[in-house]
Write a protein that binds this ligand. Structure first.
Ligand code: MV4
Length: 672
């Protein structure tokens, strides 16, 4: 085994690799961008090297900078994690060329699997079932059209170098083929520098089932059973589980055998995943092979009780696989839920910001059946430059229902505030009857979206009372500091006069709760208050302790709550739930709020990747004007109404701040 390992990644995977490497007795070197100087993975490693500015292209994707960091720190091996350079054959080669060990497969395997056409041809030859389709060299429209006809519509046109759903179009009939091919080719050229396409039969509502494989450099290969990763949105996985639920046993075995055949066909070494589409016709088809460890490897670790990073390091050091096929057993059921900094209410828009509060449940009582992997801690900023993953919650159960129940319980005990997350969305999935029934396929989120987004109801009276107490008990000193920091003149914390109430004075606290406004008249009563809540009066009192916990007395019941503030927003965490209210400054209320600009501003900081219109362009409502990229996702800024583009303020490649006006726009209504 080598003595020193550089981890060419960040976030939870970098922390996770450091943990295993240290446990094995290796020294660890982290790398970091200028945005990550204070990140957890840097603190976790023995040493750390700065590899460049915040944008990933200048740091975590900079091959030369990373190889140089490895040289400088005298690391002997490099673990790529996942994402970034993990499946970049040039990186694997550069590492090897520098005389270091690349903890991953041979560059040739990465390269072959990076091209869907090449991969399909290899798998077909190895007897692995592939989706019926055309993956030949001929790329003219006539050839693709003939192929589509033969396959039968609907077909899917995919970029050979594609990934993450980019450069992919469903084509329902021959008339739509030409435009779809042109669009795919354009996207593929722009995103992957290669316009080659393939055509496949389009399978509706398939399940995404994948098999974990592992091979060593001595010709041994094993599979570590399957996972279902069907619950995705925008091609980002949200929930993964192992084993896949409700697969006929024979089919499961066939899939595992096919995955092993795939690994052997390319002389695979290391951790790999063979992805299949499990179609409604009850058959499975090879989709692609991922030549890396995956985010969801954790559920397999729980299932077979193994440390797959330790396996990777052993294989990279030339050792044989730690276990043979017969020594691997799948026990129980494991589920992973990914906590993202994103807003499900706004089409899962990634959100940066500061994690004002981030508390995880004490896992000691779970006796190893719950694991939470994270790369951040309370108080950290979530940079907008990278993937918005905050944490992975992984649970194990003797049976799937037990795992589902445990997942619900653990999610209920997580506290996050300061950053918008999908936590409530995950809770809703964990509580969903269709999920409990194992009825999952790639259409799950779309099909159940309305129910999963079920808006928070009006704050329960007791939550409202806690919000009032937070305001009344001053939270004073700290709140005023927060207001000064936020420099928000509208912040109610600027209201210092008359804030302490006289016994006989009546003060009204006003909150915005969702779309509604709620006013709570307050009177002093002895050492506490009398709150006139919508349902009636409630005696309330309490104190805020040194740790910032609100210890409340609500009508005689003692309750511990956490209330975190950002500007005028209060997030109350209590009773296993969370509710956000906005405190309204009466003065600001009287002045009236201005309507926000009509969607032509950047909804988050990011990079302009496409400008679809020129000044003077006439556009219809809904037309894409500008495409922004942030945290690995693209967001179209669309026309709010029919109108004319007056001026475009940015060009592709420009970085924009949140709220920046992207273009000026004349709306037909206004000018009429
Ligand atoms: C498909 C498909 C249906 N039929 N191929 C999505 C991303 C890329 N890895 C391949 N994907 C798909 N390929 C055929 N022939 C449906 C998808 C697909 C999908 C696959 C797995 C998980 C989620 C998905 C969501 C939408 C579409």
């Amino acid at each position: 085994m080598f003595g020193k390992l550089l981890i060419a990644n960040r976030g939870e995977i970098a922390c996770r690799v450091v943990r295993t490497a240290k446990a094995l007795g290796l020294r660890t070197v982290a790398v970091f961008s200028e945005a990550d100087r204070d990140a957890l993975h840097v603190a976790a490693a023995d040493e750390a090297e700065c590899i460049g500015p915040a944008p990933a292209a200048d740091s975590y994707l900079n091959i030369d900078a990373i190889v140089e960091a490895a040289r400088r720190s005298a690391a002997e091996a490099v673990h790529p994690g996942y994402g970034f350079l993990a499946e970049n054959a040039d990186f694997a080669e550069a590492v090897e060329k520098a005389g270091l060990v690349f903890v991953g497969p041979p560059a040739g395997a990465i390269r072959a699997m990076g091209d869907k056409s090449v991969a399909k041809a290899i798998m077909e030859k190895a007897g692995v079932p592939v989706v019926p389709g055309y993956h030949g060299a001929g790329q003219d429209l006539a050839t693709l059209g003939k192929a589509a006809q033969k396959i039968g519509y609907p077909v899917l046109v995919k970029a050979c170098k594609g990934g993450g759903g980019r450069g992919m179009r469903i084509v329902e009939d021959p008339a739509a083929l030409k435009a779809a091919v042109a669009a795919c080719r354009r996207e593929a050229r722009a995103a992957f520098g290669d316009g080659a396409l393939l055509v496949e039969k389009y399978l509706s509502r398939p399940r995404h089932v994948e098999v974990q494989v592992f091979a060593d450099s001595h010709g041994n290969a094993v599979h570590l059973f399957d996972r279902d990763c069907s619950i995705q949105r925008r091609h980002q996985k949200v929930i993964e589980e192992a084993p896949a639920s409700a697969l006929p046993g024979r089919l499961r075995d066939e899939m595992a055998e096919a995955a092993l055949a795939a690994a052997r066909a390319i002389g695979y070494v290391g951790a790999g995943t063979v992805e299949f589409l499990f179609a409604e016709d009850g058959r499975f088809y090879f989709m692609e092979m991922n030549t890396r460890l995956q985010v969801e490897h954790t559920v397999t670790e729980m299932l077979v009780d193994a440390d797959l990073v330790a396996w990777q390091l052993a294989v990279a050091a030339g050792e044989t696989l730690p276990r043979r096929q017969g020594e691997l057993e799948a026990a129980g059921h494991a589920i992973e839920a990914r906590l993202y900094a994103e807003d499900p209410e706004r089409d899962f828009l990634p959100c940066g910001g500061r994690l004002e509060r981030f508390r995880l449940p004490d896992l000691d009582g779970y006796a190893g059946s719950v694991r939470i992997d994270t790369g951040v801690r309370e108080g950290d900023d979530i940079p907008i430059h990278y993937d918005p993953l905050i944490a992975k919650v992984i649970v194990w159960g003797e049976t799937r229902p037990r795992a589902v129940q445990r997942l619900g319980r653990v999610l209920a005990d997580i506290q996050v505030a300061g950053v918008v997350t999908n936590l409530d969305f995950l809770r809703a999935i964990a509580a969903h009857p269709a999920f409990a029934a194992g009825d999952v396929d790639t259409g799950f989120i779309d099909r159940h979206l309305a129910g999963l987004l079920a808006r928070e109801e009006a704050a329960p009276e007791r939550m409202l009372a806690l919000a009032c107490l937070e305001v009344l008990l001053g939270g004073a000193a700290e709140a005023r500091r927060a207001a000064l920091r936020s420099a928000d003149p509208q912040s109610p914390w600027h209201l210092t006069n008359g804030w302490r109430l006289n016994e006989d004075s009546r003060h009204v606290l006003t909150f915005v709760d969702g779309a509604a406004e709620v006013a709570v008249p307050v009177r002093y009563r002895g050492r506490g208050f009398l709150l006139e809540l919508p349902s009636g009066p409630m005696a309330a009192g309490g104190e805020i302790d040194d740790a910032g916990t609100l210890i409340a007395d609500l009508a005689g019941t003692r309750i511990q709550a956490t209330v975190s503030r950002q500007g005028s927003q209060l997030t109350v965490i209590a009773f296993g739930t969370r509710h956000t209210l906005t405190v309204v400054d009466p003065a600001a209320l009287a002045a009236g709020q201005e309507a926000p600009a009509a969607g032509l501003t950047a909804p988050m900081p990011g990079k302009v990747v496409q400008v679809e219109v020129k000044p003077g362009a006439r556009v219809r409502r809904g037309a894409t004007l500008v495409v922004l990229e942030a945290m690995k996702m693209e967001h179209a800024i669309t026309a709010p109404a029919d109108g004319t583009v007056v001026e475009v303020h940015f060009r592709p490649g420009d970085q924009v701040e949140e709220g920046a006006e992207l273009l000026s726009f004349d709306d037909d209504e206004d000018s009429a």
